[in-house]
Design a protein around this ligand. Structure first.
Ligand code: MOS
Length: 702
C-alpha cells in the first residue's frame, strides 16, 4: 500500500456549518449503541461481572452453587474455568487468569444467564471466598516518591533547563504553593459495554470504544489470535473522555465470555454492560495529583524561575503516570525551569486517560500560581502573561508554529470587558453576593498519530465512498471527515458517503489526544490524492484506492501547540459560600475550525467539564477497604444545566498548514485546560480567598 504526505487542502466545505450527519439517527433513537446490537436469530447471553470485595489477596474459591440454582443462570466463569489467555502480561486485561486480587472492584467471576436480570441476581448469589492480605490504598503526595521511567504521552519524567538555585533573589517576588486535584472519574453517558461473539474462527465485538483497531490489536495477541480474526465495530459511542481510549477489563471479560459461550454454541453473542458503579472501578480514572509550584520573578512579574514538582498515584500491577508538570516546561519564558513527576504505586486500579491528562491538573496549578504572582507583583494577569511570552518554545528551543496566546488573551479581554475590572479582591458586591472575575491560559500540544489509512472509491453519479476505521464518539467526526473528504475530492459534501467505526475498514488510530480528526483527515487527504493520481478526476465507477499518510506535522522544524484564554465571572454568596459561574468566555487558537457547529460544541463541552471539575467532581477512595465510595452520579457530582450560565466560545481566524493538510489542530481537550484555574482566580477576586485545591466547595469561603 502506498503512503504519502498529502498536499494542503483547499477549503470549500471546511470552515462552514454542516449539520451532524448522524443527528437524525441519534435524536430519533435509531442509532444503535454497542449494547443494543441485536441479532434476532440469536438472542444474546447476558454476562454480569462479579467484582472483588477485598483490595488485595487471593481468591480461594468461587462458590456458584446458589447462583446456578437461580432460574436463567447458565454458567459462572471464574479464574479456574474461564478460557485461558495466550498472554497475561497486561494484568489489567488478564481477566480471570489467576487467583490474585490486585484491587477492590477487580473482576473475580462472570455470571452468564438468559436475561440481564437473571445474570445480575446470579452475580449477587455468587459467594467468593478470599484470603485477604494487607493493602495500601491511601494516596498522599508525601509518599509518592517513586520516579516512573517516563510519564504519559512519552514525556520525560524529570526535566530542567538552567539552574533554579543560581537565580538571583534580592528583591525578587516568590510565589510558592501546593495545589491539588482529586480523583476524577470519566462518566460518559453510555457506560462501557460490548456485544461479543465467537464462531470458532473470529471474535466479533460491538464495542463502546474510542478505537476499534487498537482494541483489536490489543486483545488479539492476548487471546492468541491473529488481529485479522478480531473484528471490532463501534458505529455509535455515547462519549468516552479517554476512558474508552484503551481497552479495559470489561472488554476482555466480554471477549472471554464470548469464547466460552461460542465454543459450545458457535456465534452465540454475549452482552456485557458495565454498571455505573462498576465504571468507578474498571474504566480508568484521572488520578489525584499534587503539584508543588514555585515561581520566582522580578518585581515587575518577569519570571526568573519556574518549578513544578508533581505527584500522583498509579497501581502496583500496571503503571500510568499522569504528565502533570509537562506544560510548565513550555508555557512561559524564564532563565531557569525544572519539573519532576513522582508516583505512589498502590493496591488500586490503574489510572488512565481523562480529557487532557496532564494539562488539566498541571495547568490548574500553574495558572493559579500565575494569578498569585499577578497579585503579589500588582501586575494585571493579562499583562503578566504578556511579560512572560517566550519567543521560541522554552522546552525545545524550536520556533512555534504560531503561538497566539496573547491574541487569545487580548481578544478575550476585549469581549469580556476586562478593562473595567477592579484590581483588588472583594471590590464588588451585589446584594448578598461577592462578584469577581478571573482569567487563565490554556495550552494543548498538537499530537499526531501515525499509521492511519483510508480507502476512496468512486460510486456512480459522481459520488464517492470514503472509509476509515475511525470512531465518532459523539464529537461529530463523521461529519467533519465528510467535509474534509469533500474538499480533498473537490466535490460537494452531499456527494460523499463516509464509513467509520469498523476494523473491516482501513486502519485508524484512537479518537483521543485531540488528534483524531487531524490524523484521520491527513490519511483521507493522502488517499484522495493517490486516488486522483491513479484514476484521475473522472474515475470509472468502482475505481478505488487505499493509501496511508506519512507523518505530516512539521515537528522537526517547529513546536506545535494550541493555546487559549478562559475568562470567568463568579458570584460567591456572602453567608453560605455558594459559588455560581454566571459567565465564561473561552477564546482559542486551534488552527482552522473544520465545522463551527461541532467545534463549538467540543470547546463548550471542555469548558463545562472544566466547570464540573472546578465545582463538583471529587472521587473518594476509602483507604481502609480500598473501594471508591463515591461510585455513582448521586455522590460523584458532575455539572448540571443549573451550573452552566452564559458560556461563549470564540476562536481566532487562522490556518495552520504546519499541523495538518486541513490547516486545523485538535480541539477535543483544550477547552477543559485552564477552565478550573479561571474559576479559582475569579473566586479569589470575588472574595480574597485563595483556593489551591479542587473542587471549590462552599466551606472554603466561610
Ligand atoms: Mo482523550 S483523554 O485523549 O480520549
Amino acid at each position: 500500500m502506498t503512503t504519502l504526505r498529502p498536499e494542503p487542502l483547499t477549503a470549500r466545505s471546511m470552515g462552514t456549518h454542516h449539520d451532524r450527519v448522524d443527528g437524525p439517527e441519534k435524536v430519533t433513537g435509531r442509532a444503535p449503541y454497542a449494547a443494543e446490537h441485536a441479532d434476532p436469530a440469536s438472542p444474546p447471553v447476558a454476562a454480569w461481572m462479579v467484582t472483588s470485595t477485598i483490595a488485595r489477596g487471593r481468591v480461594l474459591r468461587v462458590d456458584a452453587s446458589t447462583a446456578l440454582e437461580h432460574p436463567g443462570v447458565l454458567r459462572v466463569l471464574d479464574h479456574d474455568s474461564a478460557p485461558r489467555l495466550a498472554d497475561t502480561g497486561d494484568q489489567e486485561l488478564a481477566v480471570l487468569q489467576d487467583d490474585r486480587v490486585r484491587f477492590r472492584g477487580q473482576v473475580v467471576a462472570l455470571v452468564l444467564a438468559a436475561t440481564s436480570e437473571a445474570a445480575r441476581e446470579g452475580a449477587r448469589l455468587v459467594r467468593v471466598h478470599y484470603a485477604e492480605e494487607p493493602h495500601e490504598a491511601a494516596y498522599d503526595g508525601d509518599t509518592a516518591t517513586y520516579a516512573p521511567e517516563g510519564v504519559n504521552a512519552g514525556h520525560e519524567t524529570d526535566w530542567a533547563d538552567g539552574d533554579v538555585a543560581s537565580v538571583r533573589t534580592p528583591g525578587a517576588v516568590v510565589v510558592e504553593g501546593d495545589y491539588s486535584t482529586p480523583h476524577e472519574f470519566n462518566s460518559p453517558m453510555e457506560p462501557h459495554a460490548a456485544v461479543a461473539s465467537w464462531d470458532g474462527t473470529t471474535l466479533t465485538m460491538w464495542d463502546s470504544t474510542q478505537a476499534v483497531h487498537p482494541v483489536a490489536r490489543t486483545l488479539a495477541p492476548m487471546l492468541g489470535l491473529d488481529p485479522a480474526r478480531v473484528r471490532v465495530v463501534a458505529p455509535y459511542v455515547g462519549g468516552g473522555f479517554g476512558s474508552k481510549g484503551l481497552p479495559h477489563a470489561p472488554e476482555m471479560a466480554a471477549a472471554l465470555a464470548a469464547v466460552a459461550v461460542g465454543t459450545d454454541e458457535p456465534g452465540r453473542p454475549v452482552r456485557l454492560v458495565t454498571t455505573r458503579q462498576q465504571m468507578f472501578a474498571l474504566a480508568g480514572y484521572r488520578t489525584a495529583t499534587r503539584s508543588a509550584v514555585r515561581l520566582v520573578a522580578e518585581p515587575d512579574g518577569t519570571l526568573l524561575s519556574v518549578e513544578h514538582d508533581a505527584t500522583s498515584q498509579t497501581s502496583r500491577f500496571k503503571e500510568f503516570a499522569e504528565q502533570t508538570a509537562t506544560a510548565a516546561r513550555m508555557m512561559y519564558a524564564a532563565p531557569a525551569r525544572r519539573t519532576t513527576h513522582r508516583v505512589a504505586a498502590l493496591d488500586v486500579n490503574v489510572p488512565s486517560w481523562m480529557r487532557a491528562p496532564g494539562e488539566m491538573p498541571g495547568m490548574f496549578a500553574l495558572e493559579v500560581a500565575m494569578d498569585e504572582l499577578a497579585v503579589a507583583t500588582g501586575v494585571d494577569p493579562v499583562t503578566l502573561r504578556e511579560r512572560n511570552e517566550p519567543a521560541t518554545d522554552p522546552e525545545t528551543g524550536k520556533p512555534w508554529n504560531e503561538r497566539r496566546l496573547l491574541d487569545c488573551l487580548v481578544r478575550g479581554a476585549e469581549l469580556f470587558g476586562w478593562a473595567d475590572r477592579p484590581a483588588g479582591p472583594r471590590a464588588t458586591r451585589d446584594g448578598d453576593w461577592w462578584v469577581g472575575t478571573g482569567v487563565a491560559a490554556a495550552t494543548y500540544p498538537t499530537l499526531y498519530m501515525p499509521g492511519n489509512e483510508a480507502r476512496v472509491e468512486a460510486l456512480d453519479g459522481g459520488r464517492y465512498a470514503v472509509s476509515i476505521g475511525a470512531v465518532d464518539i459523539g464529537t461529530g467526526a463523521r461529519t467533519v471527515l465528510k467535509q474534509i473528504s469533500a474538499d480533498a475530492l473537490g466535490v460537494d459534501p452531499a456527494a460523499v458517503d463516509v464509513h467509520v467505526g469498523d476494523t473491516d475498514l482501513p486502519f485508524a488510530t484512537v479518537a483521543g489526544g485531540s488528534a483524531g480528526t487531524a490524523s484521520w483527515g491527513t490519511a483521507i487527504a493522502a488517499a484522495v490524492q493517490q486516488h486522483r493520481a491513479d484514476h484521475g478526476a473522472h474515475p470509472e465507477v468502482g475505481a478505488h484506492t487505499t493509501a496511508g499518510a506519512e507523518p505530516y506535522p512539521d515537528t522537526e522544524g517547529h513546536s506545535l501547540h494550541s493555546f487559549g484564554a478562559t475568562f470567568t465571572e463568579v458570584r460567591v454568596h456572602a453567608w453560605t459560600g455558594e459559588l455560581r459561574v454566571p459567565r465564561m468566555l473561552g477564546v482559542y487558537s486551534v488552527g482552522r475550525v473544520i465545522n463551527p457547529t461541532t467545534s463549538r460544541s467540543q470547546l463548550l463541552g471542555g469548558m463545562v467539564m472544566g466547570i464540573s471539575g472546578a465545582l463538583h467532581e471529587e472521587g473518594h477512595r476509602d483507604p481502609r477497604f480500598g473501594h471508591v465510595v463515591t461510585q455513582d452520579l448521586a455522590t460523584y457530582h458532575v455539572a448540571a444545566h443549573a451550573d452552566v450560565g452564559d458560556l461563549q466560545v470564540e476562536w481566532l481566524d487562522e490556518v495552520d498548514e504546519l499541523a495538518t493538510p486541513m490547516g486545523g489542530r485538535g480541539i477535543g481537550e483544550i477547552g477543559i485546560v485552564g477552565t478550573a484555574a479561571s474559576v479559582v482566580n475569579a473566586a479569589w477576586h470575588a472574595t480574597g480567598v485563595r483556593v489551591r485545591d479542587l473542587p471549590l466547595t462552599a466551606d472554603a469561603f466561610l
